[in-house]
Design a binder for this molecule. Structure first.
Ligand code: SF4
Ligand code: FES
Length: 238
């Protein structure tokens, strides 16, 4: 076996995998599906949500597959009772604090792991006012699972714009512009990459949102247009 390759057993199947590969890489190689929320192939994994945890050698703590490296000769179980219980609890906690109505993948996980929507009856959903401060997209942080993907694509992972950060702590934590300024006053270039990686309905193109609100064609034109108001007879080009 080559020096830079290790062997491990994943769900009973022996695998050879390059040193430094993550447990998620190993699962992908074996064709085993592991659920992810904060992980996205276009962003740097930070192991934030913990939905991807797996059992390595029955260790005391489950390992987040998206960031934990494969260990030589280890035995990995990607879905045993411990793993299921952990994923179910994470989903139940998320559901208790975030509006997941427009997060179909997470809803599917809720069903797959038999998550109880009423597990935490005293919890309360995060409350945020929808932010509509630019012609291109709206932000509804009541639907945000704080996966950090939008912040990362806006920063070193893609755009190098750094328009987004976090504000507040704990239950009040939210993605925001620095000092909470309007998006139009921030460095945002409206590339749309944040919308592309968002796993929920937290970030939505303005036109899609407008259609959901039942805007007329005229309203759509007015509200999704950049720049100053035109006098009648002026061209449409911006
Ligand atoms: S807005 Fe979307 S991409 Fe950004 S942290 Fe929230 S859920 Fe993740
Ligand atoms: S997907 Fe691995 S920690 Fe979120």
């Amino acid at each position: 076996m080559a020096e830079n390759v290790i062997k491990l057993t994943l769900d009973g199947t022996e695998l050879e995998i390059p040193k430094g590969a993550t447990l998620l890489d190993a699962a992908n190689q074996a064709g085993v599906d592991i659920p992810v929320i904060c992980y996205h192939e276009a962003t740097t994994p930070n192991g934030l949500c913990r939905i991807c945890v797996v059992d390595v050698d029955g260790g005391r703590v489950l390992q987040p597959a998206c960031v934990a490296e494969c260990q030589a000769d280890s035995k990995v179980e990607t879905r045993n009772e411990r793993v299921e219980r952990s994923r179910r609890t994470i989903l139940e906690m998320l559901n208790a604090s975030v509006n997941l109505d427009e997060a179909p993948e997470i809803q599917q996980m809720m069903g797959d792991y038999a998550a109880d929507e009423a597990r935490f009856p005293d919890a309360h959903l995060r409350e945020h006012t929808l932010i509509d401060d630019n012609p291109f997209y709206v932000r509804d942080y009541e639907q945000c699972v704080l996966c950090w993907r939008c912040v990362q694509v806006c920063a070193e992972d893609a755009q190098y714009t750094f328009a987004l950060t976090l504000k507040n702590r704990g239950h009040e934590t939210s993605v925001a512009t620095a000092f909470d300024i309007a998006m139009t006053d921030s460095p945002c270039v409206f590339c749309g990459q944040c919308i592309g990686v968002c796993p929920t309905g937290a970030l939505k193109p303005k036109a899609q949102w407008g259609m959901e609100q039942g805007w007329s064609a005229d309203e759509m034109r007015q509200k999704t247009r950049r720049g100053k108001k035109r006098k009648s007879g002026e061209g449409d080009g911006d």
